[in-house]
Write a protein that binds this ligand. Structure first.
Ligand code: NDP
Length: 384
């Protein structure tokens, strides 16, 4: 019986993780769940999964949850409560599926406490990947990526000698706007940008997949591969989830349907595979798979991740914070789609990188990126 905590249980990944867990009642015990404001869904999950601990980041929501859960359920609140659940002595595996930089502290707490971590929260790696991987290595902790691309790389590396890797090839679907001409991008609406052709995900990551922001940043630290050996290829069908090229020219890839329950179950079950009952991938019916280079005119943001890595230190954290603020502004109708990349480029350009020494410093850099982006968003002309 693996004892799990699901952080971000009310979100897209969290709900799917609980779905996977519910299919294997003998294998997993949900010791705790954590979220922020979605009281109704959290309470529903408590009644279904009967966790011993519930952590609610938002104190007012925590009070509302406390009033509605069965007697004996421990309700923790605030960021500290979420981190306490991540480090709980009765937990073996932590699924880190909180969205945004808010997920970093609890991911770090899980690593420090020696938990096996299933990492969906990209921002943890983007903000403080080097620190987290260093701590995980010294604590002997496995960080299993849950993002489909990184899970694919992880699976394609299994059983191979890392010294034989030539490069990583991350696939990107191109998102909802892949075929939209560059000239039309400034007028793209929120609804259109959120209509992902292949994946059903939270809003922030759907917009990131449309801009290609942050691509490559996570892989840099997760797999210890320098940016010059990480390439991006646009693959609209999202069937090849990513590939590793070896020194003999062989490509090893992982293929599958576009369903996050695949990579979630891989991380949850590791080192075993779970007999997951998803619709099989029918390659004959699919007929063909296509690949194209990313178009830097349409996706100017994807070069920003590389620039942030070159600058190093606090730069990726600043870029990540700027992206969070710019995406939120776009979703709120305060800037245009194309302003996201422009604002982030501007913030990154103005930042003077400092060496990164702590999680708190990474969070402060991300906050600074957010503030600087908000300042710039306030100056761009209102859309429409
Ligand atoms: P959602 O927006 O759907 O869900 C976010 C979750 O995080 C919710 O449970 C939310 O709680 C919780 N949350 C937000 N802020 C806090 C906080 N301060 N403290 C505690 N909990 C908080 O996001 P996704 O599920 O789409 O994504 C989660 C992470 O996984 C992101 O980092 C994303 O990049 C990554 N990811 C997602 C994929 C996907 O398919 N969705 C694929 C690959 C990676 P509440 O709703 O109660 O406020």
């Amino acid at each position: 019986m693996k004892r799990v905590a699901i952080l971000g249980s009310t979100g897209s990944v969290g709900v799917q993780a609980l779905d996977v867990v519910s299919r294997f009642p003998g294998r997993f015990e949900v010791v705790g769940i954590a979220a922020c404001r979605n009281v109704a869904r959290l309470v529903e999950q408590v009644h279904q999964f009967r966790p011993r601990v519930v952590a609610v980041a938002d104190p007012a929501s925590a009070r509302a949850v406390r009033a509605e859960v069965p007697a004996g359920t421990q309700v923790l609140d605030g960021d500290a409560g979420v981190s306490a659940l991540a480090a709980h002595p009765d937990v073996d595996f932590v699924l880190a599926a909180i969205s945004g930089g808010a997920g970093l502290r609890s991911t770090a707490a899980a690593v420090e406490a020696g938990k096996q971590v299933g990492l969906a929260n990209k921002e943890s790696m983007v903000l403080a990947g080097e620190l987290l991987m260093g701590r995980a290595a010294s604590r002997g902790v496995a960080i299993l990526p849950v993002d489909s691309e990184h899970s694919a790389i992880y699976q394609s590396l299994a059983g191979h000698n890392r010294a034989h890797v030539r490069r990583l090839l991350l696939t990107a679907s191109g998102g909802p706007l892949r075929a939209v001409p560059a000239a039309e991008l400034p007028a793209v609406t929120r609804e259109r940008a959120l209509k992902h052709p292949n994946w059903s995900m939270g809003d922030k990551i759907t917009i990131d997949s449309a801009t290609l922001m942050n691509k490559g940043l996570e892989a840099r630290w997760l797999f210890g591969v320098e940016p010059s050996r990480i390439d991006i290829v646009v693959h609209p069908e999202s069937v090849v989830h990513s590939m590793v090229e070896y020194i003999d020219g062989s490509l090893v890839a992982q293929l599958g349907v576009s369903d996050m329950r695949g990579p979630i179950s891989y991380a949850l079950g590791h080192p075993e595979r779970l007999p997951l009952d998803l619709a099989p991938l029918d390659l004959v019916r699919l007929g063909r798979l296509t690949f194209e280079p990313p178009d830097p005119q349409r996706f100017p943001a994807f070069t920003l991740a590389y620039r942030a890595l070159e600058r190093g230190g606090t730069s990726p954290a600043v870029l990540s914070g700027a992206d969070e603020a710019a995406v939120a502004a776009f979703l709120a109708g305060r800037c245009r789609f194309t302003d996201i990349a422009d604002v982030c480029a501007d913030v990154l350009e103005a930042h003077v990188a400092a060496p990164l020494r702590s999680v708190e410093q990474a969070l402060a850099a991300s906050d600074e990126g957010r503030r600087q982006a908000e300042r710039r968003v306030a100056r761009v002309p209102a859309p429409g």
